[in-house]
Ligand binder design. Structure first.
Ligand SMILES: [Zn+2]
Length: 450
């Protein structure tokens, strides 16, 4: 049985290796977790002669990687440097690869072999990996991106300098990495597809220092997830889920009709609708996650607190599976974006967050006479039920930190016009602002979701 291996993606390679290549032989051991990694994909515009040189380089690369794999296989060697010393000369003699790509071939072979050997420890038969994919890794020594939108790539026959086909407007996400000095180019790869050549440019930057974990310094944004309102924050931002649910219902109707039709063309239409539906949903969730993270930044939050998602509320009506999926995805997006700003995402026990009064702590089912409406039977506080829940969720993390540290610090919950601390009560964001917490009016930033 033959198995083919694509070269590893930049996000899975270790910082050890990237330093090894970007800084020559001076090795700095840096934990890979210290870096944020992103990939920007861009098409290459190549001339016929550049195309020939790329094709030859791809062929030679596969050959080189397979030579290293063969040698590693014979010697049962999966350590990168050991395999390099065994196979490097043979690759240089038998292929047109340069030194950098010869070393990379050894490393990729070692990685593929270790995967196979690890896997086969649990299997009766072993299969030698084979490199067949039309893809080749590049790094700072074999590739340079220039400001004029061209890239220099080493090939088996000198360097070529094709143009990057970047989006016309500066809206292209690639510019966020290309034009930003904070991101530096790291392991990348060139891939041939039916419709051309693509560079998967790997970028990395150091992770910002995570928020101070001590209870004294934390400012927490509480977020309640639901269906009618996809997300409600303790700062009274309401992100409606109505359009998403409406879109979902329409999609389900069309899907049933197409399935009933059962024809070939109905199947094609269904696949297309599926993709469209997924694109729409992701865009919607990205927009909501952006709003949540912007809220956290605007109120200087160190933490964003969600309910623990393994515990889904029983009151959730219909479309259960879809919304569970959407909530998880939303939390992933928030976490991914918040990390870039040094904001930590945490989860709290969801028990009673919808039935407990945020003002007095009284907990009762009767506090919530209707789905949207919270009205405390003890102290008379009324609020939107999701907003009350968001404050409970954030507050739970503020309290949790205090209990854990055993200190009486001043962790605080972010509200719309100020923060509230366990010991000092409400503090407005601005001293001039005489607003009090009870004036916090709900607002939304997804009214324009299309
Ligand atoms: Zn109350």
């Amino acid at each position: 049985m033959e198995r083919s291996f694509f070269c590893s993606s930049p996000t899975t390679t270790s910082a050890y290796r990237s330093n090894f290549f970007t800084k020559g032989w001076r090795i700095e051991v840096v934990a890979s977790e210290e870096y944020l990694r992103r990939t920007a994909i861009t098409r290459l515009s190549v001339t016929p002669s550049q195309k020939d040189r790329i094709e030859e380089t791809l062929d030679e690369w596969r050959q080189g990687a397979n030579i290293a794999t063969e040698i590693g296989w014979r010697h049962t060697e999966t350590r990168k440097r050991k395999l390099q010393s065994l196979a490097y000369d043979s690759i240089r003699e038998n292929t047109a690869l340069g030194s950098q790509h010869s070393i990379l071939a050894c490393f990729q072979a070692a990685q593929a072999l270790s995967g196979t050997l690890d896997q086969n420890e649990r299997m009766a038969t072993r299969s030698k990996p084979t490199f067949t994919a039309p893809t080749i890794p590049y790094d700072k020594n074999s590739m340079t991106v220039f400001d004029d939108g061209t890239v220099s790539l080493s090939t088996t026959d000198g360097r070529i300098r094709p143009e990057l086909v970047l989006p016309e407007s500066t809206d292209g996400y690639q510019y966020a990495y290309l034009d930003n000095d904070e991101w530096s180019l790291t392991e990348s790869r060139l891939t041939a597809r039916d419709d051309g050549y693509f560079l998967h440019l790997g970028f990395r930057k150091r992770k910002p220092k995570l928020a101070d974990q001590s209870a004294e310094c934390r400012t927490v944004l509480g977020v309640d997830l639901g269906i009618e309102n996809l997300a409600v924050t303790s700062t009274a931002t309401f992100e409606s889920g109505r359009k998403l649910s409406h879109e979902r219902r329409q999609f389900e109707r069309v899907r049933r009709e197409l399935q009933r039709a059962g024809t070939e063309s109905a199947h094609r239409t269904l696949c297309e609708r599926n993709r469209r539906e997924e694109r729409y949903t992701r865009a919607y969730l990205h927009q909501v996650s952006n709003a949540v993270v912007e809220d956290a930044i605007a109120t200087s939050c160190t933490h964003i607190a969600f309910e623990n998602l393994t515990h889904i509320r029983d009151s959730m009506p219909g479309g259960r599976t879809f919304h569970q999926w959407a909530h998880r995805r939303l939390v992933d997006y928030v976490r991914y974006k918040a990390t870039e700003h040094g904001i930590d995402v945490v989860f709290v026990d969801p028990e009673y967050t919808s039935r407990k009064c945020h003002e007095c702590g009284h907990t009762s089912e009767r506090n919530r006479p209707e789905r949207d409406h919270f009205s405390c039977e003890e102290c008379g506080t009324t609020a939107h039920a999701d907003y009350n829940a968001a404050k409970n969720i954030g507050w739970r993390h503020v309290r949790h930190g205090l209990q854990n540290s055993g200190r009486t610090g001043d962790g605080q919950l972010a509200l719309k016009s100020g923060t509230v601390k366990p010991n000092d009560g409400f503090v407005p964001y601005s001293a001039q602002e005489s607003e009090v917490e009870s004036t916090d009016k709900p607002h939304s930033s997804t009214e324009s979701v299309s």
